[in-house]
Design a protein around this ligand. Structure first.
Ligand code: ADP
Ligand code: MG
Length: 584
């Protein structure tokens, strides 16, 4: 997908000359028609670059590609427009670089795609939904397109355009750049182009929160996020960030997932892609890959394209949002993206601020998360972009600038804990170090919809975990036998919640994904077992006897019972309660 706009070369753009090449930084003459952030093509092969400074009669561009072979005197041509993404059919199921050019997977590596793009020649089936003479406004639906998979794409009236439909193409197959409608004098093509750093407009933001169901119990039960919310996932190396984000990409109840692999290892990305294409979407029966757009800027690809990839991903997510869809934008990892910002700052001689990051770091992070939101689209539909970003602080230091700024701008933090990961408690989401500002509004919404139990369950689970954490230090110091029986049960309760509810194996067919009803049933079963344990001890049964019970039926329910099987969980709860016996 050719993302660099202005390919229909504007007349009168005078070519200028390359003056100096220093790695990815290229200085060219100012030809009077270039603005900040415009795309320039450099040299005979048209290497794309982005203007990062204009000073006197010298324009400095950052190249998105390797500049080997480029020499002073080569031609430089401004495209007269900022970096733009071509948005249309062919994105779903595809793998692209940060400029939205297709990549092809090959073994363990992702390779740059052929310069020629198959999708520009392919024909897409267009079905008009409006008639000539009808009046349409911006965001209105002109027709639909079938892409691969279950998602039906819409061709919309572009922002700022309204009027009578002067011409609309009949049902049929058309290439992506075909004009399929003319509205108020403006031609509308199947694919549209949008500058990646500019958020696409909406009619209104906000609205009643709806939970994004992730299928990961610790999140859905304790730290839920709403569609349109923002999440940071900080954690040191190996704490399970990538695994958690991949689980969410596979199972969450969004219509479209945009997965931006940013500076991570290439073989990891290739694995995700292979796995997604093999997996079936439980909701549609299609392939999971058919609802996923993957943007890969692995550690071996140029830094500038990595920086752009985040914005390109947000633009793609907004494109689907504007069709009235719920989208999730996942970025792994935003720290690698921030490192790209730092690298440019030092190359261009900008004054460094905290730890060498540019002074604009905080606003750059804020601008990224601000592209999230639940919205009313220009056409009047509900749509959303949820943004989930991994943060991988060097050395696991959560006070470093990227983590610290990110935590200010997000509504949820799922903090991954090194000790939990080390103890193989996965997902290693720390219940003490994580938070969700969406929890209260979502609880209120659930209560209003007739499910007040969600909030009570969450409070009880949190209380059990907090009490067990408080006692853990004491147990380390004096040993469990020194505690009174009531506190010994509290320690046991913590273990039952951790092992029976919060732990979740990404590698188990039954446990990798958990349906919302099964999650509630598991939590309720464990809480009922805890209550029974307390009652037994209160009625005089020694804590040691209760501790010696085999809790297997309830602890193994998550792995031995199917992801939607609430009846299976309830049966195990009854077995377990019978085993413990009635209070005396
Ligand atoms: N939910 C999980 N279930 C099973 N294993 C996990 C889970 N999360 C993480 N792991 C283990 O931890 C390892 C490191 O996780 P990874 O996501 O690559 O860490 P990070 O991205 O934070 O560096 C994985 O290879 C896997 O063995
Ligand atoms: Mg990772």
């Amino acid at each position: 997908m050719v993302a660099v706009s202005g390919s229909d070369e504007a007349p009168g753009r005078r070519p200028s000359r390359v003056l100096r090449v220093a790695g990815p930084l290229v200085e060219t003459e100012y030809a009077g028609d270039t603005a900040m952030y415009d795309v320039v093509s450099l040299g005979p092969s048209g290497i794309p670059g982005e203007v990062v400074s204009i000073s006197g009669d010298v324009v400095t561009a950052q190249s998105y590609e390797y500049t080997g072979g480029l020499t002073p005197g080569d031609e430089a041509r401004s495209q007269g427009a900022p970096l733009s993404a071509t948005l249309g059919p062919g994105l779903l199921g595809g793998v692209f670089d940060g400029l939205l050019r297709p990549l092809s997977g090959s073994g363990d590596w992702l390779l740059p795609g052929a310069a020629r793009d198959r999708d520009t020649e392919r024909e897409w089936s267009f079905v008009p939904t409006t008639g000539e003479g009808e009046h349409v406004a911006e965001g209105g639906v002109l027709g639909e397109i079938r892409d691969r998979g279950p998602v039906r794409l819409r061709v919309l009236v572009p922002p700022g355009v309204s009027g009578a439909v002067e011409r609309i193409a009949p049902r049929g197959g058309y290439p992506r750049d075909a004009v399929v409608a003319v509205v108020g004098g403006t031609e509308v093509r199947i694919a549209t182009s949008w500058p990646v750093r500019r958020p696409r407009p909406v009619r209104a933001r906000g609205g009643g929160p709806e939970a994004l169901h992730t299928g990961q119990r610790v999140i859905d039960l304790l730290f839920p996020v709403a569609h349109g919310g923002t999440v940071a996932v900080p954690g040191g190396f190996g704490t399970g960030k990538t695994m958690l984000l991949q689980q969410i990409a596979k199972w969450c109840d969004a219509d479209v997932i945009v997965y931006v692999g940013c500076g991570e290892r290439g073989n990891e990305m290739a694995d995700v892609i292979a796995e997604l294409s093999a997996l079936e979407d439980p909701r549609t029966g299609g392939r999971l890959a058919e609802r996923t757009v993957t943007i890969a800027n692995t550690s071996n690809m140029p830094l500038m394209a990595r920086e752009a990839g985040i914005h390109t991903g947000a633009t793609v997510a907004e494109y689907f949002r504007d069709m009235g869809l719920d989208t999730v934008l996942i970025a792994d990892s935003t720290s690698r993206w921030a490192e790209a910002l730092r690298e440019f700052a030092s190359r261009t001689g900008a004054l460094p601020a905290e730890e060498g990051y540019p002074a604009g770091l905080a606003s750059a992070i804020a601008a990224f998360y601000e592209r999230a939101g639940a919205v009313t689209t220009l056409g009047g539909d509900r749509g959303s972009v949820t943004v989930i970003g991994a943060v991988s602080p060097p050395g696991g230091d959560l006070t470093e600038p990227v983590t610290a700024h990110t935590e200010r701008f997000v509504r949820c933090v799922w903090s991954l804990d090194r000790d939990l990961a080390y103890a193989r408690h996965y997902p290693a989401v720390s219940w003490a170090g994580s938070f969700s500002r969406d929890a209260a509004p979502l609880a209120a919404r659930r209560a209003a919809a007739g499910d007040p139990a969600w909030s009570t369950r969450r409070d009880r689970l949190s209380a059990v975990l907090a009490e067990a954490d408080r006692l853990a230090d004491l147990v380390d110091l004096v040993g469990i036998t020194a505690l009174p029986d009531s506190e010994r049960v509290s320690v046991l309760a913590g273990r039952l919640v951790r092992e029976g509810v919060l732990q979740q194996s990404a590698l188990s067919a039954n446990d990798a994904y958990c349906g919302p009803d099964k999650a509630a049933a598991l939590a309720d079963a464990v809480l009922a077992v805890i209550d029974r344990c307390r009652e037994r001890v209160a009625s005089g049964v020694p804590a040691a006897t209760v501790e010696a019970t085999d809790f297997g039926p309830v602890l193994r329910a998550r792995e031995e019972v199917g992801p939607y099987d609430t009846a299976g969980v309830t049966a195990r709860r009854e077995t377990m309660l019978a085993r413990l016996g009635e209070p005396r």
